[in-house]
Each structure stands twice: as structure tokens, then as C-alpha cells.
Design a protein around this ligand. Structure first.
Ligand code: ADP
Length: 398
């Protein structure tokens, strides 16, 4: 089966066409600046160079049409016609408490996704636009929604309730949901596979350290806790997000800087994290690493604060699960940043794990970093959210 995986943002659309039997990517790409001047598509057929083309896209429907044109193009295409797309898998950010697993999209499901818009006002509406655009361009092709929140729906109440008046949970469903669920699910499953074990017999901590970052505790195959909350702002220090802060800081800064609460939250989302903490050096760990190597104290302090926070979360999840068998690093930083991995694992050595400095030099590969007789396996497992979405889509439509 050929599955088109779609990840829609408010002005962007990422896609991958995946052949599900051999699990190969036939082509992938990205539409940017949809609805804005200078919209363009970057398309890459497997094994070939990227081709960037400026093309007007007034809305997501235009973008989907252009994606189909590229996929079926005589020169850069990989299929002959639309008929060769058997299903579409959509990444949907927030499924609230309504969706604990992926689901085939029909009108009722679409309505239920819309009801979650409140919980993810920046993401869900864009996901819905993407679904509707695909429905228009590819009528009759089955579509599946795969939710970032679904994997974490197994969390127990004690992990998802905040210490707030209960009525806010009752009335507005204010609680921890967690995100990156597709990645936490895929990586924990793959980690168990690599070790030749059943995930049901393991306690795994997945550190998804990308631009957005979250940690999860996966016990016997189920997420029992995770660091992101009602929104992706909670938890670790991220590229531009603050992660956990004292909520009173919001009104404190608002008063001092003459801002609204919403403006301060915007700063917490877009101008904080390693970018803000380093005094604006960069939200990219490579730049921060380079600055630290040159002795920039703010960069050094930022990286130390980042590693410390990750390690603290790992420690708390060891307690949450009553132990840990596997710690898995994934996403941009987790897969590639050897120094950061080393800084984090240093804190964890007393638990019974270590890092082999030679193996730790590898980037973006599945590798076990700890020693054979360590009590805890520390490893790198590159994530593949698109493949996970394609697999779930196939499972539901075949
Ligand atoms: P997103 O959340 O946007 O998907 P990614 O998972 O791609 O983010 O992670 C982006 C982060 O990964 C960036 O901070 C980047 O610096 C880091 N990263 C990517 N490649 C490397 C590398 N080779 N060395 C160090 N950091 C890297």
C-alpha cells in the first residue's frame, strides 16, 4: 500500500509517500508559506536531490494539489496517478480525552477533532484544514488521524491531574495530555525490539529531545507519565520554550514589562528555552555548542541547565515506575548531540548506567551506549513519526 503521510501547520504542509510493505519512503517534501507571498514546495524523490519550486498556493487545497502534481510528475514523480495513493495518514496534535488511539476519519471524527481545537488553538485548526484539503483533492481515499496525545491517554489520574480546583478539570478538561506520543510509542517499541525483548516486560524512559522536547515513562508498554502538559509548553527547557516555570512569573513579568498574560506566554513559547536563556545566541544546539566551545559563559550555563533538567526528569520517572530498564534518546538533539547525551548520562551513572565514548560519537543511528553489564541500558533510537503514522494508517484501513 502507498500511504501519504501529511503533517499540516498553519502555513506549511510536510508530506511523505511511504510504500508500506517494504516500509520505504518513495518521496517527501514540504510546502511553505501557504497563503503568503513566496509560497514554495521542496520535493525530494527517494535517492535524488531536493527540488525547490516557487508556486502560488493561496490555501492548503492548492498545496495538496501541488503535492499530488509533484508525486505524479513525469520527471520528479514517483507514481503514475492519484489512484496509486491508497490511504492518507494525518498527524493531528490534540485528541483531548476523546481519542486514545488512531482512528479512520469520518464526519463524526472530524467534529470531535474540532471540539479539541480549544486545547490546541495553534495546531488543531491547521490539521483540520489539511484533512479537508485532502478530502477535496482525493475524495474517496480513506484517511486516518494519528494523534500526538493518544499514546499518553493511558496515564493514571495521579499523573495527569494538576493541583488546581477540580472544577477546571470537570468544566474545561484542564489536565496533562502530553505530546510527541507517536514518537514515544515508536521509540519505546523499537528499543524493546533492538534488545530482543517484549515492551510489556520493560520500564523505558524515552527522551525525545528535538526543537520541542519531552520525556515519557513507558511501563509495560504504556505511557504512565510525560513531561508536556495541557500544552507543549510544560516540562523540559526546549529550543524556544521555557518548559516548567513558576506560574506566578507570568503575572510578575506582565506587571514589570507592561505586557498581557498572553504576551508573556508567547514569550515563554517563542523567545525562551535555550534561545532566551543564552541571551539570544540561538535555538539551535549546534550554535550553542559552538559558542560554549569558545568559552561563552551564557551558552555553557544554558547547556548545563538543559542537561540538569533532563536528568531530573529521568530521576523522577525512575521513581514513578519503581525502576527503569532502558533510557532511550531520540529526535534531533537526542540522536545527534553526543556532548549533551554525555552530560545527561553523567547524572545517571549512580543508577547503574554509563556511556561508551566511542559509540557515543555515532550520530543518528540505533546504538547501545551503555556497557554490557550495566543495570540500565542507555541507547539511541532514531525516531520515525512518519513511518509510525503510515503503519497505523495501514492497520486501520487494510
Ligand atoms: P523538531 O522538533 O523541529 O522536529 P528536531 O528533532 O529536528 O526538531 O531537532 C532539532 C534540534 O536538533 C536542533 O536544536 C539541532 O541543533 C539539533 N541537531 C540536529 N542535528 C544535530 C547535530 N548533528 N548535532 C547537534 N545537534 C543537532
Amino acid at each position: 500500500m502507498n500511504v501519504l503521510v501529511i503533517n499540516c501547520g498553519s502555513s506549511s504542509l510536510k508530506y511523505q509517500l511511504i510504500e508500506s510493505d517494504k516500509e520505504t519512503v518513495l518521496a517527501k517534501g514540504l510546502c511553505e508559506r501557504i497563503g503568503i507571498d513566496g509560497s514554495c514546495i521542496t520535493h525530494q524523490p527517494a535517492g535524488k536531490d531536493k527540488i525547490k519550486t516557487e508556486l502560488p498556493m493561496k490555501d492548503h487545497k492548492d498545496a495538496v494539489k501541488i503535492v499530488i502534481d509533484k508525486l505524479t510528475d513525469k520527471e520528479v514523480g514517483v507514481i503514475d496517478s492519484l489512484d496509486e495513493i491508497d490511504a492518507v495518514g494525518h498527524r493531528v496534535v490534540h485528541g483531548g480525552e476523546k481519542f486514545a488511539s488512531s482512528v479512520v476519519i469520518d464526519d463524526k471524527v472530524l467534529e470531535a477533532i474540532k471540539e479539541c481545537n480549544d486545547l490546541a488553538p495553534l495546531h488543531n485548526p491547521a490539521n483540520i484544514i489539511g484533512i479537508n484539503a485532502c478530502k477535496q483533492v482525493m475524495p474517496g481515499v480513506p484517511m486516518v488521524a494519528v494523534f500526538d496525545t493518544a499514546f499518553h491517554q493511558t496515564m493514571p489520574k495521579k499523573a495527569y491531574l494538576y493541583g488546581l480546583p477540580y472544577e477546571y478539570y470537570d468544566k474545561y478538561k484542564v489536565r496533562r495530555y502530553g505530546f510527541h506520543g507517536t514518537s514515544h510509542d515508536y521509540v519505546s517499541e523499537r528499543a524493546a525490539q533492538i534488545l530482543g525483548k517484549d515492551r510489556k516486560d520493560l520500564k523505558i524512559i524515552v527522551c525525545h529531545l528535538g526543537n520541542g522536547a519531552s520525556i515519557s515513562a513507558v511501563k509495560n508498554g504504556e505511557s504512565v507519565d510525560t513531561s508536556m502538559g495541557l500544552t507543549p509548553l510544560e516540562g523540559l527547557i526546549m529550543g524556544t520554550r521555557s518548559g516548567d516555570i513558576d506560574p506566578a512569573i507570568v503575572s510578575f513579568i506582565a506587571a514589570k514589562e507592561n505586557l498581557t498574560a498572553e504576551e508573556v506566554i508567547n514569550i515563554c513559547n517563542k523567545k525562551s528555552g535555550i534561545y532566551g536563556l543564552s541571551g539570544g545566541i540561538s535555538s539551535d544546539f549546534r550554535d550553542l555548542g559552538a559558542a560554549a566551545d569558545e568559552g561563552n559563559q551564557k551558552a555553557i550555563d544554558t547547556l548545563e541547565a538543559y542537561a540538569y533538567k533532563v536528568a531530573k526528569y529521568v530521576g523522577s520517572y525512575v521513581v514513578a515506575m519503581g525502576g527503569v530498564d532502558v533510557i532511550a534518546f531520540t529526535a534531533g538533539v537526542g540522536e545527534n548531540n553526543c556532548q549533551m547525551r554525555e552530560m545527561i548520562v553523567k547524572y545517571l551513572s549512580f543508577l547503574g548506567t554509563s556511556i561508551d565514548s566511542e559509540k557515543n560519537k555515532l550520530r543518528g543511528e540505533e546504538v547501545i551506549l551503555s556497557a554490557k553489564d550495566d543495570k540500565i541500558v542507555t541507547m539511541v533510537v532514531p525516531t520515525n513519526e512518519e513511518l509510525a503514522i503510515a503503519r497505523q494508517t495501514v492497520d486501520l484501513v487494510k
